[in-house]
Design a protein around this ligand. Structure first.
Ligand SMILES: Nc1ncnc2c1ncn2[C@@H]1O[C@H](COP(=O)(O)OP(=O)(O)OP(=O)(O)O)[C@@H](O)[C@H]1O
Ligand SMILES: [Mg+2]
Length: 505
């Protein structure tokens, strides 16, 4: 079996990975590391949850450490661009421990928080900047930093970064980086949309796809629930939210996401929302409440569709079917990650039948629509055990300050999430299966003991990662729902549950 050391990764990095319980590379890592470690430009596609973050983080830190260049104030040496602040934080949490093992400093740059901390981090000298394009351009225009020392550039969620909304900014930023640097583009759906970027910025790139086509992971089960009308849809969605495990409900608009989270909370199912109308503090608090397990239901827009990893999300519900198949794959990919199982439900109104057929065909999902009604056997299987009712009056507002990671202490500071602010210990799921990437990669995360219960979702490679098989899709009827995971705790009765109320910008 190949080990990380076989790719020429420095010993402190291999040791750090092992401390986190990460001992053998996943297929996307095995496929790309030989080229990325040589400094080649790489295009990498692997399914959601297949380990792309480490696939680009490891060569980045290893090559920077090897380079003869050194860290200078306001002149970073590597740049990772990604679409959302939450993802920037998460990438930082993955990169920071392996960077630190080699004496490298990382920082995040994104909007919605004061720029002063980002500026002082840059002034202190950083090796790796993980950024969202908007704030980075702001700081570039203010001449707070220069990109002329960039040796390695990574575009995570590269096809999304090549979308209309991001492309002009991404180009302006890339144009400021030296031509001779290494460039790596990664995504679960790396399609021709990235051609413009490839032509302009990559030289002689090597493409690695560890699955034949953009498709959902095979351990993901898909259900399409046909509902009669909007009234029944509401009942079905509330029922799907009422189980005991972690679940994400995706909606098209910010307004609807906020409204549904409020309605669920009011009906005794504590839920938090995540969307662009929330201030950054609320965004971080809500994601933290969900990650820590104090709230089991996250109602989100597509802001949470790409890249976000929270362990043990057992169910993803497309409350509103996504606009296109790539969004279906990314949203769905919040479950069934790193080899674990997961269930994906699309709720479909009669008038959405055509659109859903189209997007599932393109996403290579074979599940057929099934007419459902509240309480029927399909629903019972999907909902599983119902969590205890939580009186809305018992829900207290957030006690914590949002962490705004801007320096290499990012991962460490975010580690304090665990067990924090939960009021009721009973509500805090035990075991390593309940951590975010940030929590896991930080010291004292429990992963240091090696495998532990993390083996539950970690023991194997993402199954089928190298096969050309499309999604299993089956998943019709019956439960198909993942059960019996470790330490699935009950919702905290009367504990501190983060409020969904938040100020709109
Ligand atoms: N070699 C490995 N061994 C064990 N766990 C790993 C390994 N590589 C990555 N992981 C874990 O797998 C999980 C998913 O990884 P990651 O978030 O990088 O997936 P991804 O491919 O970027 O997914 P997405 O397409 O949704 O962004 C993380 O919890 C990560 O720590
Ligand atoms: Mg990712």
């Amino acid at each position: 079996m190949t080990s990380f050391a076989d790719f020429g990764l420095p010993t402190p990095v291999v040791r750090e990975l092992s401390r986190q319980g990460i001992d053998s590379p996943f297929p996307i890592q095995t496929a790309t590391l030989p080229d990325s470690m040589k400094g080649r430009d790489v295009l990498g596609r692997g399914r959601t949850g297949s380990g792309k973050t480490l696939a680009f983080s490891l060569p980045t830190v290893a090559r920077l450490a090897e380079a003869k260049t050194s860290r200078h104030p306001r002149r970073p040496r590597a740049l990772v661009l990604c679409p959302t602040r939450e993802l920037a934080n998460q990438i930082a949490a993955t990169m920071e421990p392996v960077a630190k093992a080699l004496g490298l400093v990382t920082t995040t740059i994104f909007g919605g928080v004061a720029q002063s901390r980002q500026v002082s981090a840059l002034n202190g000298g950083v090796d790796i900047v993980i950024a969202c394009p908007g704030r980075l351009e702001d700081l570039l225009n203010q001449r707070v930093l220069t990109l002329d020392g960039i040796e390695i550039t990574v575009l995570d969620e590269a096809d999304h970064m090549a979308d209309l909304g991001f492309l002009p900014g991404v180009k302006r930023i890339m144009d400021k980086t030296p031509k001779k640097g290494q460039r790596m583009l990664f995504s679960a759906t790396l399609d021709n949309g990235v051609d413009q970027l490839v032509k302009r910025y990559l030289s002689n790139p090597v493409r690695h796809s560890v699955d034949d086509a953009a498709a959902a992971p095979p351990q993901m089960t898909h259900h399409i629930l046909a509902v009669r009308d909007a009234e029944m849809k509401k009942e079905i969605v509330h029922a799907l939210a009422s189980g005991t495990g972690r679940r994400v409900l995706f909606m098209r608009t910010k307004h609807q996401a906020k409204k549904l989270a409020k309605q669920l909370t009011a009906s005794g199912v504590p839920a938090v929302d995540l969307h662009g109308n929330l201030g950054q503090g609320a965004r971080e608090r809500n994601l933290e409440a969900f990650s820590s397990g104090s709230v089991k239901v996250l109602v989100a827009t597509d802001i949470a569709a790409r890249g976000i990893h929270v362990d043990d999300i057992e169910l993803v519900v497309h409350v509103d079917p996504p606009a296109e198949h790539k969004a279906y794959l990314h949203r769905s990919g919040r479950t069934a990650r790193a080899g674990s199982e997961g269930v994906v439900v699309t709720v479909m109104l009669p008038e959405q039948r055509g659109d859903v057929r189209d997007l599932t065909r393109k996403a290579k999902i074979t599940a057929q629509p099934k007419q459902v009604a509240p309480g029927d056997s399909t629903m019972a299987g999907l909902v599983g055990d119902v969590a205890p009712y939580v009186r809305p009056a018992d829900i207290t507002p957030p006690q914590t300050q949002a962490k705004r990671g801007t320096t290499s202490t990012n991962g460490g500071s975010r580690a304090s999430r665990r067990g924090r602010g939960t009021g009721s210990g009973g509500g805090q799921p035990q075991g390593s299966g309940q951590r975010t990437t940030a929590q896991r990669s930080s010291g004292g995360s429990g992963r240091s003991g090696g495998q532990g219960s993390g083996g539950q979702s970690r023991g194997g490679q993402p199954r089928g990662g190298q096969s050309g098989a499309g999604a299993s899709g089956g998943g019709q009827g019956g439960s198909g729902r993942r059960r019996g995971g470790s330490g699935r705790a009950q919702r905290p009765a009367g504990g501190t549950v983060y409020s969904t109320s938040s100020s709109s910008r």
